[in-house]
Design a protein around this ligand. Structure first.
Ligand code: GLN
Length: 483
């Protein structure tokens, strides 16, 4: 179990006046002060802003007003999500000094509920990476073993939750960036269905794949945060209202909050086991599946035959979209500018700013994506990848005609050593082998800690049908109890 307060502990504590929201926030800042020099989860601390948010919550409570579950809950926000008037860098030098002029919709919704934002967390630059080592500013360590990476790109958020430097956090997931760090750090992470959460105010990496998702200590907390941030937003035309599931066809009713695991059909894709997976990880996942089977669930082997193309397909699509999205960092509009008054030619401003502002992985992706989209290569790469994406999506659609949820490992291995993969981008890209398909198909998926290999946590991935987050949570809640 992860240490520290859950959301309902905090809600109870505030209601019973065991502590005030301001005391709680102060306590968390003390913790950050003592731990974060070693862990490196935070890029920016927002003490004054957080304490005034907490003060407002305390005033409401002392006036006898009913406050929401999230009121006074100390949260951390990944530094590619805008919190108004707080610096936002996406861990890139190109955005150094940039201050958010507006607020991401997800943050706005949490603020309305009374959540308290302690600060902004470290990530791989623009979300590009799987270890948080691609941050331009600092390294983040895994709290279970500080010589190892926390995963990425939402490594700072996962560490902040795992080390109880905050109660829960927001991350973003383009190819696994909420789920994989959650798995490496032993916490819960959800990648919502594409469109379930507004992307307004999320610094774009690959817009057809990006989703904001919660990282928390328990399923219940992840669900509370997800419920607060989900829904249609006029500012993001790809967002939709998450339909309420009243009469679930499956055997587990959302309203009853009691999973009847009998008859639940769980698909196990054969492509996610065997070659390339660390034997200890495979063993733990298989043991977890056995435990669920013992409780009466029906386990069915399924096939997702296009899985082997997922990494290639993902890296063509995400780099293509990134090359377009990152064109806006030109030294004129945001952050860093190499414009030396009167001296510079406009083209030099663009080139010098981008040369100095972007790190090596970001440059690599801009080049790959520009190439994949260029005349003469577009059909062979981008268009082909889009077709493969459809096949990957159809694999899942077929599977979901037979099963209710799909179980897989989150990552083929546990947290690796800092420095181990950083010189080998392809090895790093293979970290996403079990997570990227879910983004390509737009599906929701949860990462749930199920056991440890030595001192390192292993995560189970529960993939669900589109907009069936509540089903995934139900199943997760059940598994949380038996592992
Ligand atoms: N590791 C993947 C990448 O580098 C996923 C990143 C993410 O989900 N933001 O693209």
């Amino acid at each position: 179990m992860v240490k520290g307060f859950t959301i309902s502990d905090i809600h109870q504590g505030l209601k019973e006046k065991k502590f005030s929201a301001q005391e709680l926030a102060q306590n968390y800042f003390k913790k950050i002060n003592s731990l974060d020099e070693k862990l490196g989860a935070f890029l920016e601390i927002a003490q004054n802003e957080a304490l005034s948010q907490a003060k407002r919550v305390d005033e409401s409570i002392s006036q006898g007003k009913k406050v929401s579950l999230l009121a006074g809950v100390p949260m951390a926000i990944k530094d590619n999500i805008l919190v108004k008037d707080i610096k936002c860098t996406a861990a890139s030098k190109i955005l150094e000094g940039y201050q958010a002029p507006f607020e991401a919709t997800s943050v706005k919704k949490l603020r309305k509920e009374g959540a308290v934002f302690l600060g902004k967390t470290n990530l791989d630059e623009f979300g590009m990476g799987a270890s948080t080592e691609n941050s331009a500013f600092k390294k983040t360590c895994n709290p279970h073993d500080p010589t190892r990476v926390p995963g990425g790109s939402s490594g700072g958020s996962a560490v902040a939750v795992a080390a109880d430097e905050c109660c829960c956090a927001l991350g973003s997931d383009t190819g696994g960036s909420v789920r994989q760090p959650a798995a490496f750090c032993g916490v819960v992470g959800l990648k919502p269905t594409y469109g379930a959460v507004s992307r307004y105010g999320l610094i774009a990496f690959a817009s057809s794949l990006d989703q904001i998702g919660p990282i928390a200590k328990t399923i219940e907390d992840a669900e509370i945060v997800f419920n607060a941030i989900k829904g249609k937003d006029p500012k993001d035309s790809t967002s939709v209202e998450v339909p309420k599931i009243k009469n679930l066809k499956g055997p587990y009713g959302v309203s009853s909050r009691a999973v009847k695991i009998e008859n639940l059909r769980i698909g196990i894709p054969k492509e996610y086991f065997g070659e390339g997976i660390e034997p200890g990880v495979e063993k733990i996942i298989k043991e977890t599946i056995k435990k669920v089977e013992k409780q009466g669930a029906k386990i069915e082997e399924i096939s997702l035959p296009h899985t082997k193309y997922a990494i290639a397909c993902y890296y063509i699509i995400c780099t293509s979209e990134a090359s377009a999205n990152l064109a806006r960092y030109d030294g004129i509009r945001y952050g860093l500018s190499k414009d030396e008054e009167g001296k510079s030619d406009l083209l030099d401003v663009y080139l010098e700013t981008r040369e100095e502002g972007f790190g090596p992985e970001v440059k690599r992706r801009i080049m790959l994506g520009t190439y994949a989209l260029s005349a003469g290569y577009y059909e062979a790469y981008y268009l082909k990848a889009q077709k493969v994406r459809t096949l990957i999506k159809q694999d899942f659609e077929k599977a979901f005609q037979k099963v209710d949820v799909i179980f897989t490992p989150v990552s083929p291995f546990t947290a690796f050593k800092i420095g181990e993969k950083i010189e080998d981008p392809l090895a790093m890209y293979l970290s996403d082998v079990f997570t990227a398909s879910v983004n390509l198909a737009g599906l929701p998926a949860l990462s749930l800690p199920c056991s440890k290999l030595g001192k390192l946590p292993v995560g189970l991935q529960i993939i669900g049908k589109p907009f069936r987050e509540s089903e995934i949570f139900e199943v997760g809640r059940f598994i949380e109890k038996i592992v």
